[in-house]
Design a protein around this ligand. Sequence first.
Ligand code: NAD
Length: 299
Amino acid sequence: MKTVGFIGLGNMGGPMAANLVKAGYAVTGFDPSDAARSAAVEAGVLMAASAAEAVAGAEVVITMLPSGRHVLDLYQGTAEVPGLLASAPAGALFVDCSTIAVSDAREAAALVVAAGHRAVDAPVSGGVVGAAAGTLTLMVGALAADLAAVRSVLEPMAGRIVHCGDPGAGQAAKICNNLILGISMIGVSEAFVLGEKLGLSHQALFDVTSTASGQCWALTTNCPVPGPVPTSPANRSYQPGFAAPLMAKDLGLAVQAASTVGAASNLGALAAALYQEFAAGNGSALDFSAIINEIRDAS
Ligand code: NAD
């Protein structure tokens, strides 16, 4: 049974670490937030005094952090604070589950390998509900042998594990998926607002589009109007769910990657701009499907 160091015990990392504890792993964690630390201790995570201490005896190091900067800084450390790469035992499997830029993921993987460890990126989809239930989809970028070595540790957190390619490929898949999701949510929302103006009921439009060629997850699972899908955030005042600031972040990463590699993404750029404006204003604490209210207000 592998020992796990888990860094970043927030909304996602906390329940993911709890599922590893439930599966019988010895998990030592760290997070600077008092609330995150208390919840993790409650769930059976052993708490270290620092991130470096948490990974000192770990065969697997999992990070679930806000951004690529956090991951790179923690991996490398500073003159005063030892980094994770220098603190973990040689040959440790470094699994970054955070959503970060593809370029940051590749830089992180190169640092991991240069330090004598093994690099896996495994961003997730499924949100806090999937994290708590252990049903996340993990999009993995890793050498096949490294995924094989770490798979049993990923399984308690995952409903599905997809090997996307070498390190960095998991992050690439994640931002491509969320590029589709952000654009399709705006499309579905525009269609409902247009339907309202044309006198169509939400249910009639849903009954047609959910079984016709407009069908997509933004419509059939996360429907932006209350009624047709009773479990969608629209039925609970748009409480997330998947918060608009996270969608703004992911679309920003997608547009950044598109610009780096020269992929045309006109709708991606527009969707990113709309979500960034929404996340900075009315949408700061709402599910990303609440963007329909901005579209209605602008109509
Ligand atoms: P969060 O803010 O709840 O958790 C991040 C945690 O990292 C916080 O508890 C914070 O204290 C901790 N942290 C910050 N700096 C640290 C440091 N130096 N050392 C240790 N811990 C540190 O965010 P979250 O919702 O858990 O998201 C984490 C990652 O997962 C993000 O990259 C996000 O984009 C991604 N993600 C989130 C969701 C979601 O629905 N929340 C879904 C998919 C992916």
